[in-house]
Design a protein around this ligand. Structure first.
Ligand code: DC
Length: 227
């Protein structure tokens, strides 16, 4: 059983995918963490992340591994735990360029398919999981919310963590990232025809998880009955 959850930044994919995986007794794959891991390693190596060839040469050599016994799984790049770096500001700034690098995408798509083979019960989230990586997934979701709602949620998260948040600036960043994610030539963010579109704008996290869980059960029952 492979469940894919794609969608724009800030739609709540990580929280939803993690809790849905727990409820289904499946593993949870955060593919954004892999792009962030390559970004952190590139910065550590002193590379200019807009230099696509150099970054891709590095990515092709890296050993990127999750430790599945941690919850959520921690990420090691060449044996170094980079989990604490993934949400840092410099990594977040660099990662759009990493994600637009076709050779890096090729490496990570391959790694994600390998993980899918090792973890046959998987809830995976990203931008291209249903459209590119796991085209034959059991169920595909596209989790969306309006840019304004996503900006408000992000601002609230920051405030809860004791940090300052300028909602208007966050909204601008979200619109910019959406545009980049949707228009890149390789693995663009799209809602595949066979994905179930969920707009979470007016829903709580629990409601979204309940709805996805119900739909997965429905799909599994349909598959079991040969429907
Ligand atoms: O979901 P996130 O913010 O951790 O993703 C980090 C970046 O990686 C973001 O620019 C989108 C990109 N990404 C991608 O292009 N494909 C994926 N499967 C996952 C993330």
């Amino acid at each position: 059983m492979i469940v894919t959850i794609d969608g724009p930044a800030g739609a709540g994919k990580s929280s939803v995918a993690k809790r849905l995986a727990e409820r289904l007794g499946a593993d949870f794959l955060d593919t954004g963490a892999m792009y962030r891991g390559v970004a952190a390693a590139s910065l550590e190596a002193g590379l200019d992340v807009t230099d696509h060839d150099k970054v891709a040469d590095l990515a092709e050599q890296l050993n990127i591994r999750f430790n599945w016994s941690d919850d959520p799984p921690s990420l090691k790049v060449d044996g170094v735990d980079v989990t604490h770096r993934l949400r840092d500001r410099d990594v977040t700034r660099a990662v759009s360029d990493i994600a637009a690098n076709a050779r890096v995408r090729h490496v990570l798509v391959h790694a994600q398919r390998w993980i899918g083979g090792e973890h046959p019960n998987l809830v995976t989230e990203g931008r291209d999981q249903g459209s590119v990586v796991f085209r034959d997934a059991t169920v595909k979701f596209y989790l969306d919310a309006s840019p304004e709602v996503r900006a408000r949620r992000r601002a609230n998260q920051l405030r809860e963590a004791g940090r300052e948040a300028d909602e208007q600036k966050i909204l601008e960043q979200i619109v910019y990232r959406d545009q980049r994610d949707k228009t890149r030539s390789d693995g663009p963010l799209i809602c595949p025809d066979d994905a179930q579109h969920i707009d979470s704008s007016g829903m709580t996290l629990d409601e979204v998880i309940d709805e996805l869980y119900r739909r997965v059960q429905e799909a599994l029952a349909g598959a079991g009955s040969g429907a």
